[in-house]
Structure formats: C-alpha cells, structure tokens
Design a protein around this ligand. Structure first.
Ligand SMILES: Nc1nc2c(c(=O)[nH]1)N[C@H]1C(S)=C(S)[C@@H](COP(=O)(O)O)O[C@H]1N2
Ligand SMILES: [Mo]
Length: 423
C-alpha cells in the first residue's frame, strides 16, 4: 500500500503524498481559470480592424497546415509531475464543442515521455502461438482493410480523487482524462487471418516502443471482437502524444491497455502478469484482495455546462450540457436532476449513441436564482445505472483508486458560482 501511495507512477490524479506541494498548484482555488485568463491575456491579439474594410490574410501563409483562431485559448493542463518521465495532461472538457475531442486537446498519459519514431523504421511483430509469425511495416498495415470508428479513451485513474473527496474544482481536473476521437486502422481480426492463430491461444501481450516498453495482456476474445491497430486519428495520422505511428485501440477498455507506439503482439495461452497488471492497475477491495484485469470502463456521465469554477450571470434560461459514455456498449439514456437527485428528467441526446463512444446530452433549464444541485446519470444499453458516490463506496470500499464512475454533482449558489460539493 505504502508503495502504491508514495512516489508511484501509475496514473491516478488522486494519490496522497504523491504531489503534496503540487496538489495546491493543480487543485488550488481558481488555478485552471487563472491560468486560462493569464494565457488569454498573453495570447489574445490586438483588436483587429473591421474585417469588411481590409483585405483578409492571404491563403498559403500557414505552411499548408491550418491553425485555430488566435482568439481560441482552450488548452490541456499538465497534471502533477512526480518525476520528469511520467506525465499526464487533462482535456478541457468544459471547452469541448460537440462530441469529438480536438486532437491537440486529447488528454495524454505518458509513463516515459513521448518517443520520436520514424514510421519508415517502425514495424509490428506478431508472434507466439501463431502459425506464421510476421513483421508488418506501416506500409504493410496500410494495405490491409481498415475501419474508422469513434471511441472514447478514459484513463482508469480519471476522477479517482473523488474516492478520497479530494477537491477537484473544474471538470477538466475531475474528468479530463477522457477524450473521444475517430480512430482509423486495421482490425486485429484481419491480422489474425494473416498469421493464423493457434487453437489454444487465449491472451495477447501488447508492447509499446517507448522507454517504458509498456506491456499489457489482453484477452484474445477482445482482440478478435473489436481491437483496432490504429494509425489514424480524426482524419490524419495519429498524433505523437497518442502513439504515432501505431497504437492499440480497445473500445471501452481502461486507457492503460490502449498501448501506444505499438511494436509487438505476442499470442499466448495465458496472461503475462506484467507490472501494469500486477502492482499497478489492479483494484484493491475492502477485504484486502486486489481485483485484476478490470478492463471495462463502466457507464459514466458528467455535466460540462455549468461546471466547476464557472459563474452563471444570473437567473434565466440555460442549456445544461454534458457527456455520457459506457465501456459496455451504447448509452441508452441520460437523466439530469436539478434538485440533488430527487427527480430525474430525460436529457436529449445530440446524436444516436455509438458503442463505447461518448454522446453529448442537453436539457433546457430555467434557473430561478435559488441554490441548486445539478446531477447527471448515465444508463447504458445493458441497463446499468451510474451509481451515486455513496453506493459506489459501499460496493468498492475505500482502498480503490481506479474506475471511479459515480454521479458527480455541481451545486450552484445564489450568486451563480458553481462548485463540486463532495457527497
Ligand atoms: N506505450 C505506452 N502506451 C500507453 C501508455 C504509456 O505510457 N506507454 N500510457 C497508457 C495510459 S495509462 C493511458 S491512460 C493511455 C493514454 O492515452 P493518450 O495519451 O492517447 O490519451 O495510454 C496508455 N498507453
Ligand atoms: Mo491511464
């Protein structure tokens, strides 16, 4: 336990003692807002002239690759850094428009930094319990049939601080280890045909080419069902931060299993018991027994507007909006409560929910100016209902760090200020 808490580098933004001074930096009053404001002050260009009176900027001055408006300031914020090698950043969910995360705002989690990889020298070796071991260059992989699918990735440490009621003031800090992209690549099932899988094969070891040489054992059943060897993200090559040139995409599974900079798949009849599935990424239950291979991210939702550190200008009409997702399949319904969980109203979903993908929900609302408690809860197609904080703790005990998926309320005071009050 002591080791888990002190100076360990597994990713939970909540570990006590891991970043005693830094926590104030990260979770301190107004930090994210203050940071955003200071960046805005730095970044905002001078007021431009009337755009109808002057010729616009010439095309082709952007090097052929566009950039967002200089007035846009949404940015990832850096998580606490226990040492220089292990880092993470949070997606600014309150600024996300729609359901897809801009690639430049996708959250990041690196256990040994972002490697520089030449795609022409990168390859994927598939071996072990196969008829014919093979090495695929990136060019080989791109000749194979591909799929494009939108999926979320969520770090199992996302919202983990809520187990200890650590103050996470903004939705970026509480839920920002979640992002959604369209991923393009080769289904593992296609590669499996190329190499021929032995009948007794049951697990696949996936290995990254970063300095962490991260490895996880994945059940063969999952690999065959929907695993993607992804080289594309939102219509272009996957970003270096997300695993360029190749990553494993395991829809609905905890983020850690989506091995980035993927270079090797070893087929076996048993799991490999790597560091990331023995000492890390296990869930310690109240009885002291750790659950292993807890892959699936359960149904979860969060209101992104209004959310922590915002201030409503006054009573009147607002559209409550947020994101809901489930690692078990499609979101079925999202319910919103404006009275602390007493009555629930069905929210509108902005599109047909896709399996293992976030969906944006909205609910029109007229605020009368009195203090309120806003909550959302996700119900997925399996009938699973997102639990309350109390129910989650009752089921899991207090030793948990990962897989926090309880309802996360926001309270709005009479002055319009929005805060999370721990249950
Ligand atoms: N090779 C490698 N793969 C990795 C990691 C890593 O450090 N090295 N981090 C994992 C963790 S803990 C998470 S949550 C996701 C994060 O993916 P992202 O950085 O694209 O958001 O990648 C996973 N895959
Ligand atoms: Mo993670």
């Amino acid at each position: 336990m002591a080791d888990r808490i002190q100076g360990n580098d597994a990713d939970c933004a909540c570990k006590e003692g891991m970043f005693p001074q830094r926590r104030r930096f990260l979770f301190g009053a107004g930090t994210a807002a203050a940071l955003a404001a200071s960046r805005r002050a730095e970044a905002t260009p001078n007021v431009p002239p009337d755009p109808t009176r002057v010729q616009g900027r010439a095309t082709g001055t952007d090097g052929g690759y566009g950039a967002r408006s200089p007035f846009e300031t949404a940015h990832r914020i850096l998580g606490p850094v226990p040492n220089s090698q292990t880092t993470w950043t949070f997606t600014p969910l309150a600024d996300q428009i729609g359901n897809t995360t801009a690639s430049g705002l996708h959250y990041e989690r690196h256990h040994a930094g972002i490697p520089a990889i030449d795609p022409d020298r990168h390859s994927l070796t598939v071996h072990g319990l196969v008829n014919e071991p093979k090495r695929f260059t990136m060019a080989d992989l791109k000749r194979l049939p591909r799929v494009s699918k939108r999926h979320f990735i969520e770090c199992s440490g996302n919202t983990g601080g809520a187990y200890q009621n650590l103050p996470m003031k903004t939705v970026q800090v509480s839920h920002g280890l979640l992002s959604t992209s369209e991923w393009t690549g080769v289904p593992f099932a296609v590669l499996a045909r190329e190499v021929g899988i032995a009948p007794n094969a049951a697990w696949v070891l996936a290995e990254g080419a970063d300095a962490a040489v991260m490895t996880r054992s994945i059940p063969m059943e999952k690999m065959m069902r929907d695993a993607i060897l992804a080289y594309g993200q939102n219509g272009e090559a996957i970003r270096p931060e997300q695993g360029y040139p190749l990553r494993l995409l395991l829809p609905g599974f905890e983020g850690n299993t989506h091995i980035k900079w993927l270079r090797r798949l070893q087929v076996s009849d048993k799991p490999f018991m790597t560091r990331e599935e023995t000492s890390k990424y296990t869930d310690l239950m109240a009885d002291g027994i750790a659950r292993q291979f807890v892959f699936t991210m359960e149904a979860k939702s969060i209101i992104t507007f209004p959310s922590g550190e915002m201030k409503l200008p006054g009573p009147g009409f607002y559209e409550i909006s947020g994101l809901a997702w489930s690692g078990r399949g499609r979101v079925k319904t999202v319910q919103v409560s404006i009275d602390g969980g007493a009555a629930w109203h069905e929210a509108a979903l902005n599109e047909t929910p896709q399996p293992m993908c976030t969906v944006r929900f909205t609910l029109p609302w007229r605020w009368d100016g009195k203090p309120v408690n806003l909550q959302s809860r996700c119900i997925d197609e399996t009938g699973y209902v997102q639990p309350t904080h109390a129910d989650l703790l009752r089921a899991r005990g207090v030793n948990f760090y990962y897989h926090y998926n309880a309802i996360y309320p926001w309270t709005i005071a009479a002055d319009g200020s929005v805060t999370h009050v721990a249950a």
